[in-house]
Design a protein around this ligand. Structure first.
Ligand code: ZN
Length: 399
């Protein structure tokens, strides 16, 4: 249904409410905190989100598929019906649908045309469907935007590439002679289109501009469109998901570097009147950075794993920075894999211990915490990265 009909906003809102509640509370009737904003969860994983689909955007991308199919080479009946019903002055799409007195599926689809064009370019064949100044057929921007002053004095902006080109070269028609300062721009224009090989007898084609193969797909458009959301695209996110730890732990690590775990710091920000005290060391306030990086209990776990290598280490201030620089230089692929598990393993161990103390009044001493961390590390490594158990035992013997 979503690939043919526009989804009403009210339905999107209802579905989003259900999905949000399911994300944070599962299938329990929950009351509590949504730890991360919904729009953030909808970002791509490598852009810092969870990759939850944005339904409205997904729907738009599915509908856009009809617009590029309209320019395909096949002669489907639906195209003839649509073109006849709505007419065509543009070479690549129908006229806009302006009637408002009836519900028109095609109107919703046609309204997406400018968004599709933004992600498209044209490959010149015969050149008779491509406008020289207005369509993107060479470079990264349409010529009208690159050379606005030349376009202004051009006699006809609707001229096609085929009309402008002859085997002898380019033909330009300006309303007046060029001024001195315009000659420079004209030379630049000629340089820009200098690589053009000439028209052919093939049809002009409509192409996806962001990939070399020029092919459209719903996934590609979705990816491009969703990335408009402002977000930092640097490292730590990919390392969250690259780790071989179990999925629920990776999601937890994502919360850690988003500083979204319900530590005292966050609960206070949400207005809860609590006195903050680290549950592990009692020496400091419980902040995200303290609990997962600098607490003296946590530090012992970091030091234990760091002793496996010659790495000189200075603990960064933020959890996100730690994940960005937790890279093992050199070593085998297997070594790199188990190295990536370590932050997840420490954070998971610490968080369980912290919750045990906070909620269940269950305390373990540092030796027990260390053993629990090593056992967790052993199981995850055995499961995903080290098939040779002897190798694993040797590794753990060093801890
Ligand atoms: Zn502490």
């Amino acid at each position: 249904m979503m690939s043919l009909f526009p989804i009403p906003i009210s339905v999107v809102k209802k579905l989003d409410r259900l999905r949000r509640n399911f994300l944070w509370f599962g299938n329990k009737e929950g009351k509590g905190y949504h730890l991360v904003e919904w729009k953030t969860a909808q970002l791509h994983k490598e852009a810092g989100g969870l990759g939850v689909r944005n339904l409205k955007l997904q729907n738009d991308c599915l509908l856009m598929k009809w617009l590029w199919r309209l320019n395909g080479n096949d002669h489907a009946l639906w195209k003839e019906v649509i073109l006849n019903k709505y007419g065509q002055t543009d070479q690549w799409c129908t006229n806009a649908v302006s009637t408002t007195y009836e519900t028109s599926v095609w109107r919703s689809i046609r309204n997406l045309w400018p968004r599709l064009v933004k992600n498209s370019c044209y490959e010149v064949g015969a050149g008779n469907k491509i406008l020289f100044w207005k369509d993107l057929w060479i470079g990264q921007e349409v010529l009208m935007q690159v050379f606005p002053d030349l376009a202004n004095i051009c006699t006809n902006l609707e001229v096609t590439v085929a009309d402008s080109w002859s085997p002898q070269g380019w033909n330009f028609f300006f309303r007046r002679h060029l001024n001195d300062w315009e000659v420079g721009w004209f030379v630049e224009l000629l340089q820009m289109i200098d690589g053009f090989k000439g028209t052919t007898i093939e049809d002009d084609t409509f192409r996806w501009k962001h990939d070399k193969d020029g092919k459209f797909s719903v996934g590609r458009i979705y990816r491009k469109e969703v990335s408009w959301m402002p977000e930092n695209k640097i490292d730590p996110w990919k390392y969250v998901w690259k780790s071989m730890a179990p999925t629920k732990v990776k999601c937890f690590a994502w919360l850690v570097i988003r500083k979204a775990c319900l530590t005292h710091e966050i609960l206070q920000k949400k207005g809860l009147p609590i006195v903050s005290r680290c549950m592990l060391c009692s020496d400091s306030r419980e902040t995200n950075n303290h609990l997962f990086l600098h607490c003296k209990v946590t530090s012992q776990l970091w030091t234990m794993f760091l002793s496996l290598t010659e790495t000189k280490w200075s603990m960064p201030e933020h959890t996100a920075d730690l994940l960005s620089c937790w890279i093992r230089r050199g070593g085998s692929e297997t070594q790199k894999k188990w190295w990536r598990i370590i932050p997840h393993c420490i954070w998971w161990t610490i968080w369980r211990e912290r919750n045990g103390r906070n909620i269940e009044d269950r305390f373990h001493n540092i030796q027990k915490i260390t053993e629990s961390c090593i056992a967790t590390f052993y199981f995850w490594c055995k499961e995903h990265c080290i098939e040779n158990v002897e190798q694993l035992v040797d590794l753990l013997g060093l801890l």
